[in-house]
Design a protein around this ligand. Structure first.
Ligand code: ACO
Length: 325
């Protein structure tokens, strides 16, 4: 039986249209919605985000990110035997974005499914792929986070539309005799459905209810900081490590203030935290693999270093994965 799973390649993809805060403020002003670069930067740390062109889907972005991860891992698409796509903005109700992406990559036959845990989706997907590799159900997995959140934003609601962006990140996770993923910790609490949701649904050929994102930002903020510390500490305990062993913290990129609070609670300096929220905004399930790939490709993260990945999002869901890279 395989002892570990290990990330052997990372990749990401951002749609080409980059929208700065000033660009967005100007677009919103034309619709009578007032915001500013200063407000967005001070409250969130976000300076720009990318938006996909009309018709571009989560499977399109995810397939590009997956191609880059496959190249980095030097794995051929036909050798992949598991595909998990974490997304809350799939191409269609069904089939899954994972099946559509599988076809785009020219892969036939391996299991492929979507995982819906909103902003924690990539952490859930990575933990599940790790379990499947450890049980022998898979040996070379593509784990992808891909979102087109711009499709579910209410551009008349300045409290939410300035926060999110589109993009995708991917890793190739392979069976290995050496670590690897050391521990993971996953949680959900459905009593908080109302503080972050897209309440609409499709029924009888119509969208029933509101198909756009709703959020109580302050309630999300308070919950997020506490659970991120708990999940990180639980994963460290399971692996017999301490926060001092973490070389890089790669939190879900929602808001720089949430990341600063989490780092402080773990007694980690901000120069050990990978930050891409300034350039990507909150890309939900894509944010962690996007940040990971950016840090790997820039040379910040090196092989052998210990990484703490952690996410929190709608559901409420949260979790952490500790790994040696
Ligand atoms: N531009 C200008 N003013 C704004 C904007 C905007 N885009 N949005 C809100 N305001 C105004 C409000 O109307 C309010 O005005 P008032 O005082 O006259 O009533 C004022 O700014 C303060 O609003 P608050 O909601 O109190 O601002 P807060 O400091 O809480 O910041 C924010 C809001 C950024 C959403 C914060 O609560 C937050 O980051 N929460 C975490 C939520 C999050 O990151 N969610 C991402 C999804 S969940 C996840 O990924 C984990």
């Amino acid at each position: 039986m395989t002892k570990y799973s290990r990330i052997t390649g990372t990749g990401s993809y951002l749609p080409p249209r980059r929208v700065t805060n000033a660009d967005l403020a100007a677009e919103l002003a034309a619709q009578g919605v007032e915001t500013s670069d200063q407000w967005i930067v001070e409250r969130t740390g976000i300076r720009a985000r990318h938006f996909a062109a009309p018709g571009v889907t989560a499977s399109d972005l995810g397939a590009q990110a997956a191609r880059h991860a496959l190249e980095a891992a030097q794995v051929r698409p036909q050798d992949i035997d598991l595909i998990i796509v974490a997304t809350s903005t799939p191409d269609m109700v069904f089939p899954s974005a994972a099946c559509i992406l599988q076809h785009k990559l020219g892969i036939v036959g391996c299991p492929a499914f979507d995982l819906q845990a909103v902003c924690s989706g990539f952490i859930y997907a990575l933990a599940i792929a790790d379990s499947m590799i450890k049980t022998g159900a898979a040996s070379k997995a593509l784990v992808i986070g891909s979102e087109v959140f711009s499709r579910i934003l209410d551009f008349k609601d300045r409290t939410t539309c300035v926060l999110f962006g589109d993009g995708a990140g991917a890793v190739v996770l392979e069976a290995s005799d050496t670590p690897g993923i050391l521990a993971s910790d996953l949680h959900a609490d459905g009593s908080h459905v109302g503080i972050l949701c897209v309440p609409g649904t499709v029924s009888g050929g119509k969208v029933l209810g509101d198909p756009l994102l709703k959020m109580d930002g302050q309630a999300v903020f308070k919950l997020a900081v506490g659970v991120l510390e708990d999940a990180a500490r639980a994963a460290l305990d399971k692996a017999g490590r301490t926060a001092a062993d973490i070389d890089w913290l790669i939190p879900h990129q929602a808001n720089i203030r949430i990341m600063q609070s989490t780092a402080k609670r773990l007694k980690l300096p901000m120069d050990k935290v990978i930050v891409t929220v300034d350039q990507h905004g909150n890309t939900s399930a894509a944010s962690i693999p996007l940040a990971l790939d950016a840090a790997v490709r820039s040379g910040k993260i090196a092989r052998g270093e210990t990484l703490m990945l952690e996410g929190v999002g709608g559901g409420f869901t949260w979790g952490a994965v500790l790994l040696d890279f």
